[in-house]
Design a binder for this molecule. Structure first.
Ligand code: FEO
Length: 393
């Protein structure tokens, strides 16, 4: 794809990756992704902001074919999907200097092999004149790594944000417009990449309230030409208050746990609680993560395997805790053949989850009347704990 003009003097570059289906060998990309770079031509200085994944260097270089000179390459974030083409860009432009946050300097040397004498650290709030335009650098740690920074083009009110406000979405739409096509991929992206850092993002959003922003250029997915919808969405997602929603990640080997999960779904529905269950041996982890953004309660459903939870629930529990959602309550239900500690071991995997754990419900073999009564009691407990929460659609 050719470079595309966002505004006079500001071009989108990079690559649309239509076919990529997995990121970090973990995160499903059902709609592909893009790696966005931005060329900003001031009256005196030209700047390239970020690059492209090494697999797509050719696409970036085709767009740079007629660009004779760049003064600066800004590396906002060192992860290779944005910085991976930087060494070759610097070979093409031997006079270009890398600008990055102080934390990024050693990371750029370590990850990309770029020598320190080509890199200049920029302070938080530091400005750079491009002649007619001014860039301001805003350190924004943990969106997505500790070295990340944003870049604000003052006169044009354009904010370049790298991973923040991005979406894994391959599309030939340059702009996200009113967000109707991009909101779901952006929420998935938030859930998978940004949610662990929600507390810090709150601070970044507060800071950005002081900036007039007409365009947001993230490094994945379309450019936000009507940025209010994505800013509003982020304010909502990082909000502490969850919804009246229970997520049930589960798996089942001989149906006992599946029968309990089905019963639990109905018991909660009958009591006015919205539920979404995920068969973890079959589900897309991103779908599960999206629902964690709003859920107030997680109920893990697991059979017992070698004394502990089923391995797919080990993964679910580990990811649930690692993503640090705003869950307030947690429980484990499931089954065992003769003995086991699946509930205790599942809870132990969620050490970092700030949730209040309810009494587990387990059945030896097929669930009995007493087990269903215990599930009813658990559903009642969840209803009490969810009182006053907004509907969880
Ligand atoms: Fe899109 Fe953290 O890299």
């Amino acid at each position: 794809m050719k470079a595309r003009e966002i505004r006079p003097g500001i071009e989108w570059m990079g690559a649309i990756d239509w076919e990529r289906r997995l990121f970090d060998e973990l995160i499903p990309l059902p709609e592909g992704t893009s790696y966005n770079a931005y060329l900003v031509r001031g009256s005196e200085k030209t700047v390239l902001i970020d690059t492209a994944d090494p697999a797509k260097t050719d696409a970036l270089f085709a767009q740079l074919a007629d660009v004779e000179h760049i003064d600066y390459l800004i590396i906002q974030h060192v992860e290779q999907d944005h910085s991976g083409s930087a060494p070759l860009v610097l070979e093409k432009y031997p006079d270009a200097q890398v600008l990055a946050s102080p934390k990024a300097v050693s990371m750029i040397e370590d990850h990309l092999g770029i020598p320190a004498d080509r890199i200049r650290a920029v302070d938080d709030g530091e400005t750079l004149s491009l002649g007619n335009w001014t860039l301001e650098f805003l350190h924004a740690p943990w969106v997505h790594w500790p070295e990340t920074m944003l870049t604000y083009l003052r006169e044009e009110k354009v904010l370049f944000t790298c991973d923040l406000f991005g979406s894994h979405l391959a599309t030939d739409d340059l702009f996200s417009g009113d967000g109707s096509k991009v909101c779901e991929p952006a929420k998935r992206y938030y859930a998978e990449i940004m949610m662990p850092f929600a507390g810090l993002i709150k601070g970044h959003l507060k800071r950005l309230d002081n900036y007039a922003i007409e365009v947001i250029g993230p490094s994945h997915g379309p450019v936000h030409d009507q940025p209010q919808w994505i800013l509003n969405a982020y304010h909502h997602w990082v909000n502490d208050e969850p919804k009246n929603l229970v997520v049930i990640p589960y798996t089942s080997m001989h149906d006992s746990t599946a029968i309990m999960v089905d019963y639990m779904i109905e018991a909660l529905n009958d009591r006015g609680v919205h539920v979404h269950s995920f068969h973890m041996s079959k589900t897309d982890l991103g779908e599960y993560a999206i629902h964690l953004v709003d859920a107030a309660t997680v109920v893990f459903g697991t059979p017992t395997v070698l004394v502990g939870p089923h391995p797919s629930i080990v993964l679910a529990a580990y990811l649930t805790a690692a993503l640090r959602p705003k869950l307030k309550n947690a429980a484990v239900i499931g089954s065992y053949g003769w003995a086991g500690k699946a509930a205790e071991k599942t809870k132990a995997l969620c050490e970092t989850l700030k949730a209040d754990w309810m009494q587990p419900v387990f059945t030896k073999g097929a669930p009995t009347k007493d087990v269903f009564s215990a599930l009813d009691a658990l559903a009642d407990e969840i209803v009490t704990r969810h009182k006053g929460l907004e509907s969880g659609d």
